[in-house]
Each structure stands twice: as structure tokens, then as C-alpha cells.
Design a protein around this ligand. Structure first.
Ligand code: LIP
Length: 311
């Protein structure tokens, strides 16, 4: 039995003792930098709270907002990364809004790369609604390897690196393994920034389908990163969003959910792991069984994200 367990670990690319530690150590510098940057970002974000300056917004498009804090935090994080890893690529939400590295659906670079959302949940931040998260992911070979999500208002630091498990404020976390169907699922489902009639209709129809199938609980937080962190810590069972804003919303959270024992699938295709691509995307994350049921009841989304990002 012991031999079988050991063999399974080796086949899964994980060992005991030294080899497991080697996997964690491989990304330790990136993990430490991401946590440091997230804490510093948190200080800046909190400094805006209640001053009225968090309400000074510019509109990126439609109902998609950006604040002075978003740009200031992104610059600070980018600076720290550049100092420590001058050759790495950095993809930050706000800079990409001005000069995108890729169009809708384009694949992510395979180089060493960072993907940063300075404030995920900008609308929440503007309204002082505390689901606000700094999200920092690190990728190699186009795959997220390190993920740090920090909520400065609840002082919750979620961290994970490939092969090392996921942690909330230093304690190991796991997904909600009790939920196996829609009936015992607490589902969080953001409906992003699109306001086109067919998008709104399709999103509302999907919610109706879940409710009619007996969904235990429905929530929407306004922060994709916070949702993924909540899935990783088992505080919600599943997160679904067709039309999240960009790869920076989900990059760090992907590592967290996978390291906490869950799956992160593209909600448009069955059993397909989400790929890092530019532009809007579609995600369903949680324990495998509950994700399967949530997707089965929802059916395939048909609203397509256009190449220009709009419609
Ligand atoms: C937002 C996400 C939210 C999603 C929006 C948007 P922002 O990011 O966190 O979950 O529904 O489409 O991407 O704009 O707050 O950084």
C-alpha cells in the first residue's frame, strides 16, 4: 500500500520530503516577492479608504472603471518586479488597457511572465464594498505557477505555488469537498461588465436554470480573484463567470484552486483546463463533481467575445 502511494506520488510529479521541498523551493523567490508586493499594495489601497479619493473614477468602457489607486498600485508592483527580475515580462491590467500585448483570445507568452491585477473589484473599491483583492500571478511556459491574492480590508493573504499546497494567512486550505452537486453548492457567479441585451438575457437565463435545479445558494461578489480565493479556501463551493475581464482576474486564483484540490475549467468546453489568453474569458472552478454539475445545468454559453473586446 505504501509502495503504491509512493508510486502514485512519483507519477503525479510529487515526491516526499526533499523532492517535494525542491518543487516548492523552485518558486520561493517569486512567491516571496508577490506577497511583499501585495502587502505594500494593500497599504496604498487602505490609504484611500473613506477619503473620497477612491471615488475619483475614469471609465475604461461602459461600466468598467479605473481609479487613481489602480494605476498607482500597478506601478508600484511593476517596479518591485522589475527590480528583482529585470528580464521577466509583466502583464498588468491597467497598462494593458492602454497598450495591449495581445488581442481577444490570443495565447499568453511562454516566457517567464507576471500577470498583475492591482485592484480586482474596482467597482467594489469605489463603493467601499470590501470584496477587493490584489492579484499577482507568475507564469512559466504559459502556465500559472505562483498565485498570491490579498484582500487588504479583511487582511487575508492567500498564497500558493505549484506543488506546495495553498494557504490562507499561513494555514493550509482545501476546497469544499462536501459539495458534489448543485443541491449542496454555494455558487458565486459574477456577471461582468457587458450590458448587451443578448448577454444580459443569457446570463439571467443561466441563473434561472441553476435556481430551478435546486441550487443551495447564489452569490455575486464583483471580484473574480476574491471568488477563486474563496473557492480555494472552501468558503464557496464553485465560481462561474462567462465574461471575466482578463487573464489578470484569474491567473493567481488558478494556482490557488488547483493547489487546494480543485479544477479550473473553461466554462465553454467540457473538462478543459482554463488557458491563459488575452481578453475576456469563461471560467468554472471548484471541486470536480460540483463543477461538472454546475456546467451541466448551465449548458454551453453562446455569447461570443469579439476580437475587438466589445461587440
Ligand atoms: C472585474 C472582476 C469581476 C468581473 C469583471 C471584472 P476589475 O475586474 O473582478 O469579477 O466580473 O468582469 O473583470 O475591473 O474590478 O479589475
Amino acid at each position: 500500500m505504501l509502495l503504491f502511494a509512493r508510486l502514485t506520488q512519483i507519477l503525479n510529479g510529487r515526491g516526499w520530503g526533499e523532492s517535494n521541498m525542491a518543487t516548492s523551493a523552485a518558486y520561493q523567490p517569486q512567491l516571496e516577492l508577490a506577497k511583499d508586493a501585495a502587502l505594500k499594495a494593500g497599504e496604498i489601497i487602505r490609504s484611500y479608504h473613506g477619503t473620497g479619493r477612491e471615488k475619483h473614477v475614469a471609465v475604461k468602457s461602459g461600466v468598467d472603471l479605473v481609479t487613481e489607486a489602480d494605476t498607482r498600485v500597478e506601478k508600484m508592483i511593476t517596479g518591485l518586479i522589475k527590480d528583482a527580475f529585470p528580464n521577466d515580462l509583466i502583464i498588468g491590467e491597467e497598462e494593458q488597457a492602454g497598450s495591449p500585448n495581445g488581442g481577444q483570445g490570443d495565447p499568453f507568452p511562454k516566457d517567464r511572465c507576471w500577470c498583475v491585477d492591482p485592484i480586482d473589484g474596482t467597482t467594489n473599491f469605489v463603493h467601499n464594498y470590501p470584496f477587493v483583492a490584489v492579484s499577482i500571478g507568475y507564469l512559466e511556459g504559459g502556465k500559472p505557477r505562483v498565485g498570491v491574492i490579498y484582500n487588504p480590508f479583511t487582511d487575508s493573504m492567500y498564497e500558493a505555488s505549484e506543488g506546495s499546497g495553498a494557504f490562507l494567512n499561513g494555514k493550509q486550505i482545501k476546497i469544499d469537498s462536501d459539495a458534489s452537486s448543485i443541491k449542496d453548492c454555494l455558487l458565486v457567479n459574477n456577471i461582468g461588465h457587458y450590458r448587451y441585451e443578448d448577454f444580459v438575457e443569457e446570463s439571467a437565463e443561466r441563473v434561472k436554470k441553476w435556481l430551478k435545479a435546486g441550487l443551495r445558494g447564489y452569490r455575486a461578489s464583483g471580484s473574480a480573484a476574491q471568488n477563486l480565493a474563496h473557492v480555494a479556501s472552501g468558503q464557496v463551493s464553485c465560481y462561474y463567470e462567462h465574461g471575466y475581464g482578463g487573464p489578470w482576474d484569474v491567473c493567481a486564483g488558478m494556482v490557488l484552486v488547483k493547489e487546494a484540490g480543485g479544477v479550473v475549467w473553461d466554462a465553454r468546453c467540457n473538462e478543459t483546463e482554463l488557458e491563459m489568453r488575452f481578453g475576456k474569458g469563461s471560467v468554472c472552478a471548484g471541486g470536480r463533481a460540483v463543477v461538472e454539475d454546475v456546467l451541466k445545468v448551465a449548458g454551453k454559453p453562446t455569447f461570443a467575445f469579439s476580437v475587438s473586446g466589445g461587440k
